[in-house]
Design a protein around this ligand. Structure first.
Ligand code: CS2
Length: 505
C-alpha cells in the first residue's frame, strides 16, 4: 500500500545533538562565531569571582576578543558558593554561547574561561591562582549584596560572612576575605599585588571595594598589610552596562538550533555593551581599550549617570510595571502612561542631579536608554530587576531623592517607585509569595503587617535603617510623597498613581 500523499510521514527522530565542548567545537554550524585563537596556548591572567550570566555576557566577551591577539588573558572563574556554573560548563571545557539580541541575533562561542573553580570545594587552588606571578587582574561580579557593606557603604563587620572570614582568614567565604587572603600571600611572597576590579552596579565601586578590604585587614590588626594595600594595591572604578536577561529554555532551544550542539548554559544580552574603566590599571595590565573598553579619568561621572538614569528607571519600571500587571520591560514600555512616566522621571527628576561627564549629552543618553528598554527582541523580566530591592533602591534612587530634597526640587515622581516597592512587598506577603532579597525575613514581616494605609504602612518601611538613611526617612516632603503614592497604589493601582503624577509639574 502506498502511503497517502496528503498525510506527511512522521519525520524520523533526529539523533540527539552532541554537547558543546572542545572536541565538538569544529562541528559548530557556520554562522556561529567561534574562538579565533588556540585555546591551548592561552594562559590565565585574570581571576574572576562570580561567573554568573552578566560576567559571561560582558567581561568574558571582552577577554575573548583580547585573546585573539594576546594569549595572556584567559580567565579562571571562581564561583564563591554555587556549583551550578561549574556543573554546566566543566563538561563543555568552559565553552558557552553568547547570543547578542538585536534585529538580527548573532551567536558567538566564548572561549575565554579556561578554568572554573567552586571556592569552597577547591580553596587551595583558588589561593594558588591568586598568588600566581602571572596573575594581573581580579575582577568581580558578585552583585550589590556580595560586598557585605553596611547602609553607609563601609564594610559591615557584623555580617556573618565577614565574621566567619575574620576568624578563619585562610578559608574565606566572602570575596572581601578572598581578596585579603590573596593580597596577604602575595605580599609574603614578595609579589606585586593584583589589580582588583569591581564590575558591579555599585557607586564608587573601586574605592568602596578597596576600603572594605582595608577595613577587613585592619580588623585583623594587620597594620603592615593594611599599609601595603593602601600604598600598592589598586582598586580602579568601573562602569559596566549591557542588558542581560536571565537564560531561559527558549534561549537554550535557539542556541541548540543555531549551533547544532547542546549548550547547557548559554547567555544572552542586547548588542549594546559598554565597559568604562578608570585609567589606572598600571603597566602590565591587559589592553582592554584595544577591544572596545573605554579607559578614562572620569568613571565616576559615567557611573553615576548610568546607575541613576538606567538602573533607577529600570527599578522604577520593575515595581510600577509589576503592579500594572506587566511581565517584561518592553511590555511596561509599551504602556504609554508608564513610558511617559519613565521619560519624565529621567529628564525632569534624575538628570538635574547629575554632572554629565565630558562628551556625554544627558538628553541623548536618556533617549538611547529608552530605546534600549523598548527593544522588542529582549524579554527582560521585571521580576529579575525587582529582586534585591533593599540593596538596589539606595544606590539607584535614594541618592537622587536626597539630592532633589537638598536642592528644593519636588520629589513626587521619585517617591513613586519607592512606594511601588513597598506595595510589591505587601502584596507578596499577602499571597505568601517568597521575596528574593537578602532582607527577605524583615521585609516579609513588615509586609505582613501592612493594612493598605499609607500613613502606617510606609512609616514601617521608612524606619528600616538598612535601607533608608535616617535623614531621608525623616524628611517630611519625602514621607508625604511616599504616603500619597502608596495610597493611590492601594486604592487604584499603578495607573491611578501615574495619571495623578502626569498632572504634577
Ligand atoms: C538591572 C541591571 O537587574 C537589574 O537590576 O537593572 O542588571 C541592568 O540590566 C544592567 O545594569 C544594565 O547594564
Amino acid at each position: 500500500m502506498t502511503p497517502d500523499s496528503s498525510t506527511p510521514e512522521a519525520a524520523p527522530p533526529s539523533p540527539p545533538r552532541p554537547r558543546l565542548s572542545h572536541a565538538t567545537l569544529g562541528a559548530a554550524r557556520p554562522g556561529v562565531a567561534v574562538p579565533a585563537y588556540d585555546r591551548a596556548q592561552t594562559r590565565v591572567g585574570v581571576v574572576h569571582f562570580g561567573p554568573g550570566a552578566f560576567h559571561r555576557a560582558h567581561q568574558a566577551f571582552f577577554f575573548d576578543r583580547l585573546l585573539a591577539h594576546d594569549p595572556r588573558w584567559a580567565i579562571c572563574a571562581v564561583a564563591p558558593n554555587s556549583p551550578a556554573v561549574f556543573e554546566a560548563l566543566a563538561p563543555q571545557d568552559g565553552l558557552y554561547t553568547l547570543a547578542e539580541l538585536d534585529a538580527e541575533t548573532r551567536f558567538r562561542v566564548i572561549g575565554s574561561i579556561k578554568q572554573i573553580l567552586v571556592a569552597p570545594r577547591s580553596p587551595q587552588t583558588v589561593l594558588a591562582r591568586l598568588t600566581a606571578p602571572d596573575l594581573a587582574l581580579v575582577t568581580l561580579t558578585v552583585t550589590e549584596k556580595g560586598y557585605c557593606l553596611a547602609a553607609d557603604g563601609t564594610l559591615d563587620l557584623t555580617h556573618p560572612d565577614i565574621r566567619h572570614d575574620l576568624a578563619a582568614p585562610q578559608a574565606p567565604v566572602s570575596v572581601i576575605g578572598w581578596l585579603a587572603a590573596g593580597l596577604a600571600l602575595r605580599r609574603a611572597a614578595g609579589l606585586a599585588p593584583f589589580v582588583s576590579l569591581s564590575c558591579d552596579n555599585l557607586p564608587e565601586n573601586g574605592p568602596r571595594l578597596g576600603a572594605a578590604v582595608e577595613a577587613f585587614v585592619r580588623a585583623r590588626d594587620d597594620v603592615d598589610l593594611a599599609a601595603w594595600i593602601v600604598g600598592e594595591a589598586r582598586f580602579p572604578r568601573t562602569m559596566v552596562d549591557s542588558i542581560t536577561p536571565a537564560t531561559d529554555e527558549a534561549l537554550k532551544a535557539r542556541v541548540a538550533d543555531a549551533l547544532g550542539l547542546i549548550d547547557a548554559w548559554p547567555v544572552q544580552r542586547e548588542r549594546f555593551v559598554q565597559w568604562v574603566i578608570e585609567d589606572r590599571l598600571g603597566a602590565g595590565a591587559p589592553d582592554l581599550a584595544s577591544v572596545g573598553a573605554t579607559l578614562t579619568g572620569d568613571v565616576a561621572g559615567f557611573e553615576q549617570a548610568k546607575l541613576r538614569l538606567l538602573n533607577g528607571a529600570h527599578s522604577s519600571l520593575a515595581y510600577l510595571g509589576l503592579l500594572a500587571g506587566c511581565e517584561t520591560v518592553a511590555e511596561a514600555m509599551a504602556d504609554p502612561m508608564i513610558a511617559a512616566f519613565a521619560r519624565r522621571l529621567m529628564i525632569d527628576d534624575i538628570a538635574p542631579s547629575l554632572a554629565a561627564p565630558t562628551g556625554m549629552d544627558l538628553g541623548v543618553y536618556v533617549e538611547v536608554i529608552l530605546r534600549r528598554f523598548r527593544n522588542p527582541q529582549i524579554r527582560h523580566r521585571l521580576a529579575q530587576i525587582a529582586a534585591d530591592g533593599s540593596q538596589k533602591l539606595p544606590i539607584r534612587l535614594l541618592g537622587t531623592l536626597a539630592a532633589a530634597l537638598a536642592a528644593g526640587r519636588p520629589v513626587q515622581r521619585l517617591a513613586a517607585p519607592v512606594a511601588a516597592w513597598m506595595r510589591v512587598i505587601a502584596e507578596a506577603a499577602r499571597r505568601g509569595a517568597p521575596l528574593a532579597d537578602p532582607l527577605a525575613g524583615v521585609l516579609a514581616e513588615v509586609g505582613a503587617r501592612c493594612e493598605g494605609r499609607g500613613d502606617r504602612d510606609t512609616a514601617a518601611f521608612l524606619s528600616l535603617q538598612a535601607v533608608f538613611p535616617t535623614e531621608l526617612g525623616a524628611a517630611e516632603p519625602f514621607r508625604r510623597a511616599v504616603e500619597a503614592a502608596y495610597d493611590d497604589l492601594a486604592a487604584g493601582g499603578a495607573l491611578r498613581l501615574l495619571s495623578r503624577l502626569a498632572h504634577e509639574v
